[in-house]
Ligand binder design. Structure first.
Ligand code: GLU
Length: 484
């Protein structure tokens, strides 16, 4: 039975890279009937916050990445391998047991070097052009020396004793053969002076105890992996399968960061991206099907995902493609469903929708083909409910013309005398007026559009006028005539 985990450090919101890791683990579990576990790695005492944990839960839920085991949003735990939060595991003495075992067998040692001393060593190494790694000063301290240090009030960290020579290699499921010379590795800290474990230590202990079969994570962890492998070996444990997902770059080829715009899942949600879009888009960051399928129906990713389709070369985050994809998903909704999705944004914008003369769902659906983001909907439908805000450029171009006055007046008259104020009749009346006056259709349509909506572009004209209603349309035509 496959067991995979997503193990975020709660030091901020869930970012694009983390969400992609979570998704791939989730899809892997779904595809192979495995178990998807959520473990909270809060061993960075200074940077971990409860707020971040909450935010990560929310983003996972929104993306539909439900986990089978792990820490739950209500504070409970699900599954037989808990606790699933590392601070709780530390409190339960999980890590101490293994650090003591390694100390006893001599595979780890206490190090009393102070941060200032370590800094000094780093600087010296730099000057001498040596790699800035811990040189193992405390590797062989006598009991008397340790006592002396303790008498000075120093608190030790526990370091792993890395083998001096040989290589550490593994067959990565994505990167294939990866190899590190042990002499380039270092005696990493397992337990900090505070007694808290470090990421590298806690991660290995937990992956083993939670019986994780496949570790799927970002390739920014590749340099941690040889350290972790040596720890597995020292403890005599089986090493899980390892798969490191490709890096995600921004469109300019540098590592994706704040500079490229939104980075957290919550920001994308607020901007009006759909969870389906995000799942679909994230799935394609470093993974593809043989035929490069772009859009996946519900449940299809779970069926088609495969580590074999994962590439090791970096994936480029392309906002243009993301917007296109969101538009595709938006177009796929019924008008009722689209209204449901748009409502929170419309409410947030405070639009007085009760003033609308047509059903809100119809008004929202008018430009369904064009929406890329749910958040742009309030701005685009606003003119149905509020005073028109005339775009000065549109006024200049289409209303300040020799014929505009005549046209607006004529159309107003034609609309006033219509028996039925519906799209087809409005169109026929507008065309008839144009023909009778010797105007080209466009020459009439443009000023009418600007008069009723304030813009040169927008929804299909005559349906828009129908939805505005006769009274409001006449009012706007009259008002626009005063701007000429
Ligand atoms: N807590 C680590 C992180 O957020 C997890 C890395 C791993 O999956 O091993 O980067």
């Amino acid at each position: 039975m496959n067991r995979v985990r997503f193990a975020p450090s709660p030091t901020g919101h869930l970012h694009i890279g983390g969400a992609r890791t979570a998704l791939f683990n989730y899809l892997f579990a779904k595809k192979y009937g495995g178990t998807f576990i959520l473990r909270i790695e809060d061993t960075d005492e200074l940077r971990s916050t409860g707020e971040s944990v909450k935010s990560i839960f929310e983003s996972m839920k929104w993306l539909g990445l439900n986990w089978d085991e792990g820490a739950m949003p209500d504070g409970s735990e699900k599954g037989p391998f808990g606790p699933y939060v590392q601070s709780a595991r530390e409190a339960a003495g999980v890590y101490k047991k293994y650090s003591e075992e390694l100390l006893k067998s001599g595979k780890a040692y206490e190090c009393y070097c102070t941060p200032a001393e370590l800094d000094e060593m780093r600087k010296k190494a730099q000057l001498e052009k040596r790699p800035p790694k811990y040189e193992g000063l405390c590797r062989n301290l006598t009991a008397a020396r340790k006592k002396e240090f303790e008498a000075q009030g120093r608190k030790p960290v526990i370091r792993f004793r890395m083998p001096d020579d040989g290589v550490t290699a593994w067959n990565d499921l994505i990167h294939k053969d990866v190899k590190f010379e042990n002499k380039l590795l270092y005696d990493f800290i397992m337990i900090k002076a505070s007694g808290y474990p470090t990421y590298n230590f806690a991660c290995v202990i937990d992956d083993h105890l939670m019986e994780i079969t496949h570790v799927i994570r970002g390739d920014d962890h590749i340099s941690n992996t040889p350290l972790q492998i040596n720890l597995y070996t020292a403890l005599g444990w089986k090493i899980p399968e390892l798969a490191h997902l490709s890096m995600i770059l921004g469109p300019d080829g540098t590592r994706l960061s704040k500079r490229h715009g939104a980075t957290s899942v919550g920001e994308y949600r607020n901007q009006g991206y759909l969870p389906q879009t995000m799942r679909n888009y994230l799935a394609l960051l470093g993974w593809s099907t043989v035929d490069s399928q772009q859009i996946f129906k519900e449940g299809e990713l779970e069926e088609k995902f495969d580590l074999k389709g994962c590439q090791k070369s970096p994936a480029i985050f392309d906002p243009v493609k993301l917007n296109w994809m969101n538009g595709e998903y938006i177009r796929g909704y019924s008008k009722e469903a689209l209204l449901e999705l748009a409502l929170p944004y419309i409410k947030e914008a405070g639009l007085p929708v009760e003033k609308g003369r047509a059903p809100l769902a119809d008004i929202v659906a008018l430009e369904q083909e064009k929406y890329k983001l749910l958040s742009e909907i309030p701005g685009l439908i606003k003119f149905f409910f509020t005073e028109v805000e005339y775009d000065p450029k549109a006024v200049e171009k289409t209303l300040k013309t020799p014929d505009a006055g005549k046209i607006l007046e004529g159309v107003k008259g034609a609309y006033a005398s219509l028996n039925v104020f519906k799209e087809a009749e409005i169109e026929a009346a507008t065309r008839a007026f144009a023909k009778a006056g010797g105007f080209k259709a466009g020459a009439v349509f443009h000023p009418v559009r600007v008069a009723v909506s304030g813009r040169t572009e927008g929804p299909t004209l005559f349906r828009m006028i129908e939805y505005l209603g006769r009274e409001e349309s006449l009012k706007r035509l009259a008002h626009a005539a005063t701007l000429i």
